[in-house]
Design a protein around this ligand. Structure first.
Ligand SMILES: Cc1ncc(COP(=O)(O)O)c(C=O)c1O
Length: 402
């Protein structure tokens, strides 16, 4: 019996009634303690936040001519100075964009919720990658969508499988993180981006292209957004975020969408939070006008690359013979699978890892409808290289059951 039932109160909505009960969540809650080496959380390394630069931007905003405006309500669409700066950055990356094409959101997570409100009826089908970002699965689940996973390989979505699934399920949208995906770290090659755009145009489908990690490249060359391809232009919603390149605590994201959908998202945002905090938007605009964010991000990416290398160096000694993992060219995550001989289930093994004071996220929950129990996600950016090495020693002991 729930507390509500005991006290005679009406029950919680069915969509939230079963949240909070995940055993993984309970185990991972203890891993935030300082004695843990935590490869589980998806947190950017705080030592690389430009705290001085961000503080100076807030200071300038709160002591300058705009101070009163910074503390005031503002428009739902977002602060013009920030939208203009974001439009400039998006255009410079090959997607011509004006300030009016953008809606500022409270993190890109909010953009996902707004899109679900604006696009999805209960029972609508949404296609996602296998595996998929967990909180996106949650948003689509809350919206009552039927979530179907698209077969993927080490490069991401298989366009032929996508085509067949669209024909079979008539989904409303495809949600994808094409660059340094969460959870796998993989990147969709350019030819597949073109093929995904072509399928969406031919079959009639929205694409939600979520790109919080693309700037964090430490190797290889940047790939065009799916949104830049001919057939995809009028049907792709591009999501961006400052969480991984500036500071997640500022909760600043944005969406670029065709007019009618953007307007619907704006109305949904009015109902959600009226607008994203004015002071944060003005501080970010000030930061962009006064600091070279790209130079800062290049420095952070270089450090993250060294951390990825530390993880790649330690994995052969930590994971059992027959395991496999990828080598992401950027982002924050790496994806591994343990031998498929039936002996390894990463959900069952997490308790052992926690006993050794190291944590990862088991892969199975990232799959809509269940998936490979031997997989795991490792975040390589939050710890310094020597901690990563020690964390992998601990993981090795846990997996060998020493
Ligand atoms: C793929 C993906 N999309 C969206 C988000 C949400 O980010 P934000 O902090 O911008 O809300 C995350 C956060 O980890 C993510 O991994």
């Amino acid at each position: 019996m729930t507390t509500a039932e005991l006290s005679g109160l009406p029950a919680l909505a069915a969509r939230v009634a079963d949240t909070g009960g995940s055993p993984i969540r309970d185990i991972l809650a203890v891993t935030a303690r300082p004695e843990f080496i935590n490869f589980a959380g998806g947190l950017p390394a705080p030592e690389f936040f430009d705290a001085d630069g961000v503080a100076a931007a807030y200071d300038a905003v709160l002591t300058g001519a705009d101070a009163r405006r910074a503390l005031q309500y503002s428009t739902t669409e977002g602060e013009p100075a920030l939208r203009a700066a974001l439009a400039g950055r998006t255009s410079a990356r090959g997607l011509p964009t004006s300030a009016d094409d953008l809606l500022v959101t409270t993190g890109s997570q909010q953009a996902l919720s707004l899109l679900a409100t604006a696009l999805l009826e209960p029972g609508d089908t949404v296609l996602v990658e296998r595996p998929c970002y967990l909180a996106a699965l949650q948003v689509f689940g809350f919206a009552g969508a039927r979530v179907v996973g698209v077969p993927c390989d080490e490069h991401g979505i298989d366009p032929d499988a996508l085509d067949a699934l669209v024909a079979e399920h008539r989904p409303k949208l495809l949600y994808t993180v094409p660059t340094f995906q969460n959870p796998t770290g993989r990147t969709l090659p350019a030819e597949r981006r073109a093929a995904v755009a072509e399928v969406a145009a031919r079959r009639g489908l929205w694409i939600v292209e979520d790109d919080p990690y693309g700037e964090l490249r430490f190797e290889g060359t940047r790939l065009p957004w799916i949104a830049t391809y001919e057939g995809a232009r009028d049907r792709t919603v591009l999501l961006g975020s400052f969480s991984k390149v500036m500071a997640p605590g500022m909760r600043l994201g944005w969406l670029r969408a065709p007019r009618d959908l953007r307007r619907a998202c704006t109305v949904a945002k009015q109902a959600a939070d009226l607008h994203t905090p004015t002071v944060n938007q003005l501080a970010a605009a000030r930061y962009l006008a006064t600091v070279d964010l790209d130079a800062h991000v290049a420095h952070v990416a270089e450090q993250y690359g060294a951390r990825r290398d530390a993880m790649l160096a330690g994995l052969p000694g930590a994971l059992p013979e027959g395991s496999a993992w990828n080598r992401p060219e950027g982002g924050m995550f790496l994806w591994a699978s343990l031998p498929q001989d039936g002996a390894y289930d990463t959900t069952a093994l997490l308790g052992k890892a926690v006993e050794e004071k190291v944590a990862y996220v088991p892969g199975a929950p990232f799959y809509a409808g269940g998936g490979d129990p031997t997989t795991l996600r490792l975040c390589f950016v939050t710890q310094a290289p020597e901690e990563i090495t020690e964390g992998l020693r601990r993981l090795g002991r846990a997996l060998r059951n020493e």
